[in-house]
Write a protein that binds this ligand. Structure first.
Ligand SMILES: CNc1ncnc2c1ncn2[C@@H]1O[C@H](COP(=O)(O)O)[C@@H](O)[C@H]1O
Ligand SMILES: [Zn+2]
Length: 375
């Protein structure tokens, strides 16, 4: 599809824009090429027919139900320590190449005796992937410097400090552990306690996700309440399907962030706006899974026009063939041009510590100075 010159410029600006990603599922970010490679290997040993799997991977639109069928297949291919480490590394590199400067990845710790995997060893494999990454985002497009790169010359207070030579900046990565809606009370508690115990290793919070048509909020409430009592942040997938009772309970729980919120009745909508709980907006995911009919009627604009805190996210960029730059392009081309403001504001909704938030803000201030900000 040929883009107009103006659109080309907007696409490039969205690419260069420093961004924060707060809702991305590790196994939903896998490169389709890697999935096919893994399927091929299994096909050779007769464990799986590549032709069936290939159609499922390469399919464009898929219902929410098909998504979860695909995840079941993906988990067969990827539940192996070495592969999880490799996926993590590649996913971070992909986000860094999109000028993501701060990434909160989320993933569901898996228990698989056949491969000697416990929830803990799964998480350690993901952390090994984060440590193995020296992914950098291209700063040359916005000439910002990070303290550790230009400690000598950068007087961070003067954002108009310019770097002439090409600079790169290190992407900051943190992890949320996901409770899958299929889990038991004990399973949910095990995940939360593991996350809390490993918080000094970069685990910054808890996510509740999984097939919204199954599971009962009351099963997860004890673990989520325990997390909240420790002051550990919680993000909830909310209202991906109509479920007024659950939505009421989730809003009453007052999580730190909500994902999706596609099906809200009027009374819940006003409660959400009053709550001020930031919403992780995943445009392409919602449209591809028929949660929202089209981008024109997506609730992003109602949230934005009500001045409600929102953060633009990808959810599963590998599954929905999107990138965070493309999500920003959709926002700019359908709704609002103030992308830098939207992107910078997202720092407030991260689960990062105050020191890192300050570092990110300075990076954005410097980007603001040099970026062609009429996005
Ligand atoms: C499309 N909307 C969605 N709604 C709810 N949960 C979703 C999701 N997309 C992904 N996940 C959750 O993320 C898991 C895959 O990544 P991990 O194996 O955890 O890294 C899926 O199994 C599902 O539980
Ligand atoms: Zn999600």
């Amino acid at each position: 599809m040929m883009l107009e010159a103006g659109e080309e410029r907007l696409v490039r600006a969205c690419q260069r824009l420093p961004k924060v990603e707060l809702h991305a599922h590790l196994n939903g970010c896998i490169r389709p090429s890697l999935l096919l490679e893994l399927a091929e290997e299994r096909d050779i040993v007769g464990q799986l027919s590549l032709s069936d799997f290939k159609d499922v991977i390469l399919k464009e639109d898929r219902s929410l139900e098909e998504c979860f069928k695909l995840f079941a297949l993906i988990h067969i291919l990827t539940t192996d320590h070495g592969i999880i480490t490799r996926i993590t590394k590649e996913v971070i590199e992909d986000f860094a190449s999109e000028s993501v400067v701060y990434l909160e990845l989320r993933t569901t710790p898996k228990h698989n005796e056949k491969v000697g995997m416990s929830k803990r060893s799964y998480v350690e494999a993901v952390l090994a992937g984060i440590r193995a990454t020296d992914a950098a985002f291209p700063l040359e497009s916005f000439f910002a410097c990070e303290e550790k790169i230009c400690a000598s010359s950068a007087t961070m207070e003067t954002p108009n400090h310019r770097c002439d030579e090409k600079k790169i900046g290190r992407i900051h990565v943190r992890l949320l552990l996901s409770i899958d809606r299929r889990e038991s009370v004990e399973g949910a508690m095990e995940t939360v306690r593991l996350a809390w115990e490993m918080r000094h290793l970069g685990i910054v919070g808890i996510d509740l996700s999984g097939d919204p048509c199954i599971g009962d909020w009351k099963t997860f409430l004890p673990a989520l309440t325990w997390a909240k009592e420790q002051g550990f942040p919680v993000a909830l997938h909310c209202a991906e399907v109509p479920n007024p009772t659950e939505v009421e309970a989730m809003l009453a729980f007052r999580p730190d962030r909500l994902g999706h919120v596609c099906f809200l009745e009027d009374s819940e909508w006003s409660k959400l706006l009053t709550s001020g709980i930031p919403v992780e907006v995943c445009l392409t995911s919602n449209i591809r899974t028929n949660r929202v009919q089209s981008i024109e009627v997506h609730h992003f604009s109602a949230l934005y026009n009500a001045n409600h805190p929102v953060v633009i996210c990808t959810d599963d960029p590998g599954i929905f063939s999107t990138t965070i730059s493309r999500e920003y392009f959709l926002i700019a081309s359908h709704f609002v041009p103030e992308l830098l403001h939207l992107s910078k504001k997202a720092i407030d909704f991260t689960f990062a510590d105050e020191k890192l938030k300050k570092t990110l803000l300075r990076l954005f201030d410097q980007a603001e100075y040099v970026l062609d900000c009429n996005l």
